[in-house]
Design a protein around this ligand. Structure first.
Ligand SMILES: *Cc1c(COP(=O)(O)O)cnc(C)c1O
Length: 455
């Protein structure tokens, strides 16, 4: 009988990472943020109306390792390390010679990886005297995480929730309110941006781009308020590297190492978080790991987008960022993986995809839910629809191994549980989910809004 590796964290408190890994130190030729109006380089002064200096410094830092503040380490200890699990039953179901591991970020109080960055973001704001946070949420995972983190540090929290998710996931709203946050559906009547959108389209489903504009406007127009973003930005990705650093230590304990690291990709934070510490080992020439970022066919940023400067939001408040983008006005359909509906992506992840270090693939909604259900039945965990994209790809790679007989070691990030996504499972079980594909003509419409860079 093979030795079973149970659902286990392996690391005790003293072994938890004490620093985050900043991949900016190891990437050459990153393009800087540009001011959305002037297209000049963005300086710290451009960002201080909405972010604390502690996070602005991390956003542009070239230091390879950045200390995790003691207070943040204390909070992390209450739920980290998250378990590294081997999916024995799924392997059996697939009949694959591959070993499939997953890092379970659903085992945090908020149910996803997002708490890893919500805690330091609330902390740095608190330290600099901010009393209120504004943010957007798509699927509701980020709003939940920030509500919890704001409560930990005694801050108020206002959440602009993308309309389609607000309607699909009423329980997320109750959860956030229970943690003391104030929730409004976006587009809302609370901001100039929201009112302008509703005037044009009263039935707007909303998008992350719109909700970001509203939350940024809120922060920019209130002195006591700063804005928090749950993905995309360099400091968010930095905080998430706790995942991959733990995974490396956990693999040392079981004397294994992944050949392939897979994750789902919305703005890129959970995938970058698990992958970047492994990417470093590949950049250092120590390993030859393969990396696969997985996105929905309904929002194919990395696989069909353009690698160019674009705004991070519909309202064009955010800096211009060099990234893969479908155009800041791109309106993804109301698919059930609300967290993967963003038009852009992290500049760091985009660069690595453009450099050919990380591969990207897109999967359809129905095959993704099929994988989610098979995983749930095999492993007893209901995955978030976002995470299920990673499961789909991991299963596909494991099935390729079955063809070739290769005993590869696969690691994927199970970024969250799906306990608040049951209406999506209801729709799948009732055969009501449909798949979306984009023709080049449809994508052209989104590309049309991408700004020209004048130098
Ligand atoms: C938000 C979210 C995602 C997508 O965001 P990334 O920044 O790409 O990680 C994926 N999975 C879950 C569970 C999420 O909450």
């Amino acid at each position: 009988m093979s030795k079973k590796v149970p659902y286990k964290t392996y690391l005790d408190e003293s072994e938890l990472p004490k620093q985050w890994y900043n991949i900016q130190a190891d990437l050459k030729g990153l393009k800087p943020y540009l001011n959305p109006q002037t297209q000049e380089l963005v300086g710290p002064a451009d960002l201080t109306p909405i972010f604390p200096m502690g996070l602005i410094a991390q956003e542009v830092s070239q230091e390879r390792y950045i200390d995790i503040p003691e207070e943040v380490q204390e909070k992390y200890k209450s739920f980290r390390a998250t378990p590294l699990c081997r999916a024995y039953e799924l392997e059996k179901f697939l009949g694959t010679p591959a070993k499939i591991y997953y890092k379970y970020e659903g085992a945090t109080p908020s149910g996803s990886h997002k708490l890893n960055t919500a805690i330091p973001q609330a902390y740095y704001n608190k330290v600099e005297g901010i009393t209120r946070l504004s943010t957007e949420t798509g699927a509701g995972q980020w709003g939940s995480a920030l509500s919890i983190a704001a409560q930990m540090f005694g801050l108020e929290c206002k959440v602009y929730m993308v309309r389609v998710s607000y309607d699909q996931k009423p329980y997320r709203k109750h959860l956030m309110e229970t943690f003391g946050a104030t929730i409004v559906a976006s587009p809302s009547m609370d901001t100039n941006t929201g009112r302008a959108i509703l005037a044009q389209d009263p039935d707007s489903l909303g998008s992350l781009g719109m909700a970001i504009s509203e939350a940024v406007e809120d922060a920019a127009t209130h002195d006591d308020t700063n804005y928090c973003l749950g993905s995309v930005l360099n400091h968010v990705i930095l905080h998430q590297t706790i995942i991959g650093q733990e995974a490396i230590k956990q693999f040392e304990k079981i004397d294994d190492y992944p050949d392939i690291v897979i994750g789902c990709c919305g703005g890129g934070s959970n995938y970058s978080g698990i992958a970047f510490p492994f990417v470093k080992e590949r950049l250092d020439g120590k390993k030859d790991t393969r990396f696969i970022a997985v996105e929905p066919c309904a929002c194919p940023t990395l696989t069909k987008g353009k690698f160019t400067y674009d705004f991070g939001d519909t309202g064009k408040f955010t800096p211009l960022t060099m990234m893969y983008t479908l155009g800041h006005d791109f309106m993804p359909p109301g698919i059930h993986a609300g967290g993967l509906r963003y038009h852009g992506d992290s500049m760091l992840l985009s660069k690595l995809v453009n450099d050919g270090i990380i591969e990207a693939r897109a999967v359809h909604q129905t095959e993704t839910f099929e994988a989610a259900v098979q995983f749930a039945r095999a492993e007893g965990i209901l995955p978030a629809p976002e995470s299920a994209h990673a499961i789909r790809a991991a299963m596909d790679v494991a099935l390729e191994c079955k063809e070739t007989g290769e005993e590869k070691t696969i690691l994927f990030n199970l970024s969250g549980h799906g306990h608040f996504d049951l209406s999506a499972y209801e729709a799948y079980n009732a055969g009501k989910l449909t798949d979306v594909d984009y023709t080049d003509d449809m994508l052209k419409e989104g590309f049309a809004c991408i700004p020209e860079i004048k130098k």
